[in-house]
Design a protein. Structure first.
Length: 346
């Protein structure tokens, strides 16, 4: 692995905000955790929002259209009466894992119904993005999924941990121990994982030992593939949103995997402002780079499981959203965050 690093921002010591996180149910068990707060009935506010809140929510709703409602649910945090429920992590983890699948010629889904792991194949091995909740899942879902897809788990040379929550790093030590994989995370989240975890659960594996630290603008290269590291603080202060190319035959697409979506940090205006700034900056970067594939590390947001089920050799690839839709998704997230901050400032 060749790694080029730029200076990183000052490290961030996280605080325990586990009581702030929640989920809800609508018809069946929805997904909710430290990394993924899910709300029902977007904008069903019990009272009329202030003009500033209403303006941002209206902009979010317009950008969401009829296809991006999963991101629109972030706007529920702009309701002063919204009370998130405690998630049932054990129930989420017990949901049957979907079949692994091939999203692009060089990108594979090897995750569960509620938390994702993605494998990028290169001429020098496999780059894994996130490693599930714990080592049992890493073996059963990720390693097993790779084998089902005809990929060799021993080729997992690099694991990029998008952020320092256990549902994304929990299985990393399995690959370190068995295959000597290298672990990449941001400086801020390495520090958080080493000092005070924002969230923890006995159902999650232990954080990996510090390995490769990256900052904004770094490049992680394996074989013929380079991953551009974009630091998008907010969900954690060191959240990584990787940018990379995916292929369908001779057709190349530019993909962005947003590394942390929910406002899971309690009422901390500085964190939410970081999220607002990160989404605004990423909007510009995505436009400049022509990003037309927008992925998540939670199926709730990008519908990866459903897209894999709908994907066919003859039809268009459902993962290719188009540049305009990617812009709309980032806009929804940005406007919902601005609405929430407007509420806090009112």
């Amino acid at each position: 692995m060749t790694l080029f690093q730029r200076p990183t921002p000052p490290s961030f010591r996280a605080e325990d905000t586990s009581s702030e996180v929640g989920t809800s149910r609508r018809g069946f068990l929805k997904l909710g955790c430290a990394c993924c707060a899910v709300m029902a009935a977007p904008f069903a506010h019990a009272q009329t929002p202030s003009p500033d809140v209403a303006r941002h929510l209206a902009a979010a709703k317009e950008a969401a259209g009829s296809d991006l409602g999963a991101y629109l649910t972030l706007g529920q945090s702009a309701d002063p009466n919204f009370k998130p429920e405690a998630p049932d992590l054990a129930a989420l983890m017990k949901m049957p894992a979907p079949p692994p699948g091939k999203a692009f010629d060089n990108l594979y889904f090897v995750g569960s119904k509620w938390v994702s792991s993605w494998a990028i194949t290169t001429s020098g091995g496999i780059i894994l993005i996130d490693a599930m909740d714990n080592e049992e899942e890493a073996a059963r879902i990720v390693e097993g999924g790779l084998k089902t897809l005809g990929l060799d788990p021993a080729e997992v040379k690099t694991i990029i941990v998008t952020h320092g929550h256990g549902d994304h790093y929990g299985g990393a030590n399995y690959f370190v121990r068995k295959y000597d994989s290298r672990i990449v995370a941001s400086e801020a989240d390495w520090t958080m994982m080493e000092t005070k975890l924002e969230f923890d659960s006995p159902l999650w594996g232990r954080p990996p030992k510090r390995d490769v630290s990256v900052g904004d603008g770094a490049k992680v290269t394996l074989g013929d593939t380079t991953i551009d590291i974009l630091i998008t603080p907010g969900h954690t202060m060191g959240t990584i949103s990787p940018l990379f190319d995916v292929w369908s035959g001779s057709q190349k697409h530019r993909a962005l995997l947003w590394g942390g979506t929910a406002f899971n940090f309690g009422k901390k205006p500085e964190r939410l402002q970081a999220y607002i700034d990160a989404t605004a900056r990423t909007l510009k970067i995505a436009k400049l780079q022509g990003v037309d594939v927008f992925l998540s590390n939670h199926n709730l947001y990008d519908g990866a499981v459903e897209k894999l089920a709908a994907k066919s050799a003859e039809g268009p690839n459902p993962f290719v959203l188009g540049e305009a839709t990617v812009q709309r998704a980032l806009t929804v997230m940005n406007e919902c965050a601005q609405a929430t901050l407007a509420l806090w400032n009112s």
